[in-house]
Write a protein that binds this ligand. Structure first.
Ligand code: AMP
Ligand code: ZN
Length: 113
C-alpha cells in the first residue's frame, strides 16, 4: 500500500523506532514539536479514528498503554504529557494511517491551536 507509515512498518523507509510488538510500532516524529514526540501506530493499516471498528477497541487500548510506557521510560509520566489523534482537515491530519501522538517534556499549551 502506498502509505508512508506502512512503508515505515515494512522498513521501506527508515524511522527512529522506539518500540515494537506484534500489533504496534512507535517511532520518533521526524519534525518533533516537543522534547518527546513519538508516534504510536497499528501495524495494520487503518485510515484514522473515523475508520475504527468495534473490533479495534483492544488495539486502541494497546496503543495508549504503549504511549504510557514510553512516557514512563522518558521520565515524563509524572510531569505530564499529551496523547492526541488528529482527524481530517480541521485537526490538520496529514498522514492517513492511524497514529497517536505522544508529546511531552515541556509545558504544553491548552487548548491546542
Ligand atoms: P498528523 O498531522 O497528525 O497526520 O501527523 C503526522 C505526523 O507524522 C507529523 O507530526 C509529521 O511530522 C510526522 N511524519 C511525517 N513523515 C514522517 C516520517 N517519515 N517519520 C516520522 N514522522 C513523520
Ligand atoms: Zn498505512
Amino acid at each position: 500500500m502506498n502509505c508512508l507509515f506502512c512503508k515505515i512498518i515494512r522498513r521501506d523507509i527508515p524511522a527512529s523506532i522506539v518500540y515494537e510488538d506484534e500489533q504496534v510500532l512507535a517511532f520518533n516524529d521526524i519534525e518533533p514539536r516537543a522534547p518527546t514526540h513519538v508516534l504510536i501506530i497499528p501495524k495494520r493499516h487503518i485510515d484514522g479514528v473515523n475508520a475504527l471498528a468495534d473490533t479495534d477497541d483492544e488495539l486502541v487500548g494497546a496503543m495508549f498503554r504503549v504511549a504510557a510506557g514510553i512516557a514512563r521510560e522518558r521520565g515524563i509520566a509524572d510531569t505530564g504529557y499529551r496523547t492526541v489523534f488528529n482527524t481530517n482537515r480541521d485537526a490538520g491530519q496529514t498522514v492517513f494511517h492511524l497514529h497517536l501522538h505522544l508529546l511531552g517534556g515541556r509545558a504544553l499549551g491548552w487548548p491546542p491551536g
